[in-house]
Design a binder for this molecule. Structure first.
Ligand code: 1GP
Length: 228
């Protein structure tokens, strides 16, 4: 029903941050391929539910990126489950996942679940601190993680995460070159049409987060920039 291999652009909304109803409408009707709800800290069930019910008024696919077991809310189109491949803490690789499955496994429909193999590359971002990620990776390490995602774990998504800073386009290009089946997501520091085009040249899907809250008008322009 939802073919993520066709996607090019996603907005990531933080349930802990404020957005006006008018802005939300503009995002949902912008032509983006999906609205992803997720954040690294202070994600509560109430905030997720509130935001979901607003996004739900529009046709855009509404996805929960699960970051805490305490805020899993039914009613989303898809559930993205991150596994942080370069975490030093097994909880973020499969530990929390096992806990979630123990609690909700019977209720979850496999067709609603998309597992994302994260590779976190900005050592200063919250996600890196939270997951104790080993960000000291060279391009060969990153390509190896991409191959782990596609060839070993057969994950549908490999996510290069630079949250808060613009990453290296050459790294995205070289990573893309080793992936055939797995969809390459790129997120981090996209703040306007120019940065969107730059990262979308090699990533399959670009994710725009912070810019929504920092410069809304420019963030909105990233959709047309990559979807034309
Ligand atoms: C964060 O990859 C996303 O998880 C987007 O990053 O907030 O820097 O746009 P930014």
């Amino acid at each position: 029903m939802y073919d993520i291999t066709e996607w090019k652009h996603v907005f990531k909304l933080d349930p802990n941050k404020d957005i006006t109803d008018d802005q939300l409408e503009q995002l949902c009707e912008s032509g983006t391929d999906a609205v992803l709800i997720g954040g690294s800290d202070h994600v509560t069930e109430d905030d997720v539910l509130r935001l979901m019910s607003k996004v739900r008024r529009f046709l855009v696919p509404c996805v929960l990126e699960v970051s805490t077991i305490d805020a899993i809310v039914p009613g989303f189109d898809l559930y993205f489950i991150p596994t942080v491949l370069n975490s030093r803490d097994t909880d973020w690789i499969a530990g929390l996942h096992k806990k979630a499955m123990k609690e909700y496994g019977e209720l979850m429909s496999p067709e609603e679940i998309v597992v994302e193999g994260y590779c976190i590359l900005n050592q200063d971002c919250k996600a890196a601190a939270l997951t104790n990620a080993d960000t000291e990776l060279d391009i060969e390490d990153i390509k190896a993680y991409a191959r782990v995602a596609e060839h070993l774990f057969r994950l549908p998504v490999f996510y290069l995460e630079y949250s808060g800073m613009l990453g290296d386009a050459e790294t995205v290009k070289e990573t893309k070159a080793v992936l055939q089946e797995t969809t390459l997501f790129y997120g981090g520091g996209i703040k306007d049409a120019k940065t969107a085009v730059k990262m979308a040249e090699h990533a399959d899907v670009i994710v725009v987060g912070n810019a929504i809250y920092e410069n809304f008008e420019e963030a909105l322009k990233t959709v047309q920039a990559v979807k034309g």
